[in-house]
Design a protein around this ligand. Structure first.
Ligand SMILES: [Zn+2]
Length: 89
């Protein structure tokens, strides 16, 4: 897996989560915040870091487990951002 695939997957999941959850703000600002936060939490595991590189070959972006992990991190990030949005409601 490379950064690009991870980013595409994160964007997909954010759209999915925001379309399902009426309670979460889906403005551009919040989407950017969720994206940044989710990637920050996922990259050390799936891409970015040097140690992460060792794991890269063993991580399969299409596996159900990986998708579940990414979804969980995105939901967490979305909830965190919705509690502390960078804008006034
Ligand atoms: Zn917002």
């Amino acid at each position: 897996m490379n950064n690009n695939l991870l980013e595409v997957e994160v964007v997909e999941k954010i759209k999915e989560v925001l379309s399902e959850r009426e309670d979460l703000c889906d403005c551009k600002q919040c989407q950017r915040d969720i994206y940044a936060l989710a990637l920050k939490n996922l990259q050390p595991r799936y891409a970015g870091s040097e140690e992460g590189r060792i794991l890269l070959d063993s991580v399969d972006i299409s596996s159900t487990q990986t998708k579940m992990d990414i979804l969980r991190v995105v939901v967490e990030a979305a909830q965190k951002v919705s509690k502390l949005p960078h804008h006034n409601r």
